[in-house]
Design a protein around this ligand. Sequence first.
Ligand SMILES: CC(C)(COP(=O)(O)OP(=O)(O)OC[C@H]1O[C@@H](n2cnc3c(N)ncnc32)[C@H](O)[C@@H]1OP(=O)(O)O)[C@@H](O)C(=O)NCCC(=O)NCCS
Length: 190
Amino acid sequence: MAATGAHDPEPAHVGRLRSEELDLARISAIRRLLWAAFGSGKEGFTEADWEHALGGLHFALESAGEVVAHASVVERELHVDDRPLRAGYVEAVATDPQRQGAGLGSRLMQEVTDHIRERFELGALRTGRHSFYARLGWLTWTGRLYVRTPDGPRRTPEEEGYVMVLPTPTSPPLDLGGSLSCDWRTGDVW
Ligand SMILES: CC(C)(COP(=O)(O)OP(=O)(O)OC[C@H]1O[C@@H](n2cnc3c(N)ncnc32)[C@H](O)[C@@H]1OP(=O)(O)O)[C@@H](O)C(=O)NCCC(=O)NCCS
């Protein structure tokens, strides 16, 4: 692993906490990290994105009281063609900008990936950083994407090519060129 320079000590292990177990100090530390990594404003991290990161399991690398890398996994119902699957959906993946490129994000995502393989019928996430996840076994969904609204399924063509999935031992055979739909939520649906 590349040296982390002046940022010792090296984070020892990936901590796991459910959203309801996060204390205020940790919530503040995670939020500082996310806004630092993604930026703010319309293209940056939003309160809706934060809401999407809650309700599941948080993975965090901490150093000197600061969270230096984070991801969370929330359960969502995704449908592959018309088959409902219990999916682990990855949100709020970020590494402290000053510590990026040193393998921390990969170390964290390896644990997230292992967790999803053990517990869910499918993993999924939305990203523009395909190579980062592909190294860990994630695959780009090349087919059509939909969101299931109260008025029926609505295609989300602007998201196509940006969603990656993780097959798990309990996944059915996957046709990556087929259709994939997510449940409705406010903010970005994927
Ligand atoms: C994406 C992100 C989480 C990656 O975190 P990171 O800690 O820098 O991740 P890593 O160091 O493990 O890997 C990053 C790059 O460094 C390189 N790298 C990995 N391990 C390395 C090592 N030991 N030594 C040198 N370089 C290394 C890899 O080439 C990798 O690039 P690639 O994944 O595109 O192939 C981070 O860049 C980030 O927070 N970005 C802003 C927020 C964001 O875009 N989040 C993801 C949205 S889905």
